[in-house]
Design a protein around this ligand. Structure first.
Ligand SMILES: [Cu+2]
Length: 288
């Protein structure tokens, strides 16, 4: 699948968050731009106005006899209560968002295990025959040839079904990495010896780019992430093309030559379940 310009990627001169393609992302984006930002702006303007008023009205030249007032109960009650109410108002949607973000995925969700390596990503599909896709950044010429943004484009994407919950488990083989895709509001550290889990539902098919977001060494800036969400039938076909199986398939049947979806430049160098271990061992060599 070819990426859509401006979708799932940064845009020129963009200052806002990227457009969101998950429900949680839309919720979080709304919370930021429609709740937090207006409150922040209003408070900043109020404080600025008070400062200017005091500096002008109560400067020594205009106000030679200083006031001796030290207490005003009414004002003190107001400036305690109003901030408390604002914070409670902000806490309600914040905690709601937090709880939704860490809701476990349903039992039948597609599982993708994301492994960070120095300096590339591996995506394995434990429920689909446990094949692993190794994903390296494309060089500038190759990215241009494929019509993809350089330093975001990869040779083999992480392919997932659109419109259904995905269970993403992140881990790492060497140092801490972080799997982050801004347009899906998804960021999860990938820590050696530990698995972190979070659910993701992508609303529509598309290609969504991200980057490793934890400083992980010399080529940290060159391990981009490309997530390709496909309609269910195309995802199933892709899984079979990788030597994997979808529910109801038999692994043996999937070993037969499979149809490669037109959408998959991602189909080039991946491994079957049987070759998985050998490929994982050879993978560092493949990492440029
Ligand atoms: Cu990294």
């Amino acid at each position: 699948m070819a990426p859509t310009a401006g979708k799932g990627m940064p845009v020129d001169k963009g200052i806002d968050f990227q457009d969101q393609y998950s429900e949680l992302g839309e919720y979080a984006h709304w919370l930021d731009t429609s709740v937090l930002l207006p409150i922040i702006v209003a408070i900043s303007m109020l404080v600025l106005a008070l400062l200017v008023w005091i500096i002008v009205r109560y400067r020594a030249a205009a106000n030679p006899v200083a006031s001796k007032v030290t207490h005003n109960t009414a004002i003190e009650v107001i400036w305690t209560l109003v901030p408390v109410l604002i914070l409670v108002g902000v806490a309600v949607p914040s905690i709601d968002l937090l709880a939704k973000q860490y809701k476990p995925a349903p039992a039948d969700a597609v599982t993708v295990k994301v492994t960070g390596y120095q300096w590339y990503w591996g995506y394995s599909y434990p429920d689909n025959g446990d094949f692993e896709v190794v994903s390296n950044m494309l060089d500038e010429a190759e990215a241009a040839k494929r019509g993809e943004p350089h330093q975001l484009a990869v040779d083999n994407r992480m392919v997932v079904p659109a419109g259904e919950p995905i269970r993403i488990i992140t881990t790492a083989s060497d140092v801490i990495h972080s799997f982050a895709v801004p347009s899906l509001w998804f960021k999860m550290d990938a820590v050696p010896g530990r698995s972190n889990e979070k659910m993701l539902t992508i609303k529509e098919p598309g290609v969504y780019y991200g980057q490793c977001s934890e400083l992980c060494g010399a080529r940290h800036g060159f391990m981009p992430i490309a997530v390709e969400a496909l309609p269910r039938a195309k995802f199933d076909a892709w899984v079979r093309s990788q030597g994997g199986a979808v529910k109801g398939d038999e692994l043996a049947a999937a070993a037969a030559p499979a149809t490669v979806p037109a959408a998959a430049p991602a189909a080039a160098t991946t491994t079957s379940a049987a070759q998985g271990a050998a490929a994982a061992a050879a993978a560092p060599a493949a990492a440029q």
